[in-house]
Design a protein around this ligand. Structure first.
Ligand code: ADP
Ligand code: MG
Length: 217
């Protein structure tokens, strides 16, 4: 398996969120994590990124253990629910933020690839407040994908979008992820999102991450 989560425990203060939870993903797989508010979905993403610390268990990507690595060394991309764009930076500057370490030529090559992929080339000098919700989401996606992460995490990627736009945006997202062969775990509370995009669907139940075998997909 490409991503392996082995037997992890996570508590917040006295509240148990995950206990002896295991989970795995294949390379290139798109998985939805479905469940009601407060079930621990965002917390699980934070555990994977290293923003929250497990008290037991291990995490592996590509057979390399990442359990003790700080977030910046995990090569995991995260798109937060509110996108967390830098308001004082243009689209271009937002996308280039995570690839400062690349050589100048490679950095611009990657910027233009991401702008094209997310259809933002003509917005590259705009600032976040000048963008629609869908465009802001694509900037956040481009910023995460620019660094070629081993794993991409999306927290409720559709929750801030108009319902009429959702179907088109789901399809667009699926195409972008497939074209880069991205391994992606996304959180949603909407079974329709999961059906439209995911190869398999999981939920958090009794502190464990369980596959929903019959999601009618
Ligand atoms: P979901 O994303 O499924 O809605 P969350 O992961 O946000 O759920 O929250 C699950 C539980 O984790 C909440 O009950 C919350 O109290 C707790 N929790 C975990 N980490 C924190 C934190 N850093 N601050 C506040 N609450 C937290
Ligand atoms: Mg959440």
């Amino acid at each position: 398996m490409y991503l392996e989560v082995k037997d992890i425990d996570f508590s917040f203060k006295d509240e148990t969120i995950l206990k002896e939870a295991s989970f795995s993903m294949k390379k290139g797989e798109i998985v939805a994590l479905l469940g009601p508010s407060g079930s621990g979905k965002s917390t699980f993403l934070r555990v994977l990124t290293g923003l929250a610390h497990i008290s037991r268990g291990q995490l592996f990507i590509h057979d390399e253990e990442i359990t003790k690595l700080p977030p910046e060394k995990r090569h995991i991309g995260m798109v937060f629910q509110d996108y967390a764009l830098f308001p004082h930076m243009s689209v271009k500057q937002n996308i280039m933020f995570g690839i400062e370490h690349l050589k100048k030529d490679d950095r611009y090559l990657q910027l233009h690839k991401m702008l094209k992929l997310t259809n933002l080339t003509d917005k590259c000098h705009k600032y976040p407040h000048q963008l629609s919700g869908g465009e802001a989401q694509r900037v956040a996606l481009a910023r995460s994908l620019a660094a070629s992460p081993d794993l991409l995490l999306l927290d409720e990627p559709f929750s801030n979008l108009d319902t009429e736009l959702k179907a088109g945006i789901r399809l667009e997202l699926k195409e972008i992820l497939s074209s880069l062969d991205t391994t992606c775990l996304f959180v949603t509370h909407d079974i329709e999102d999961a059906r439209a995009i995911a190869d398999s669907v999981y939920t958090i139940e009794n502190y464990k991450i369980k596959k929903i075998e019959n999601a009618n997909m």
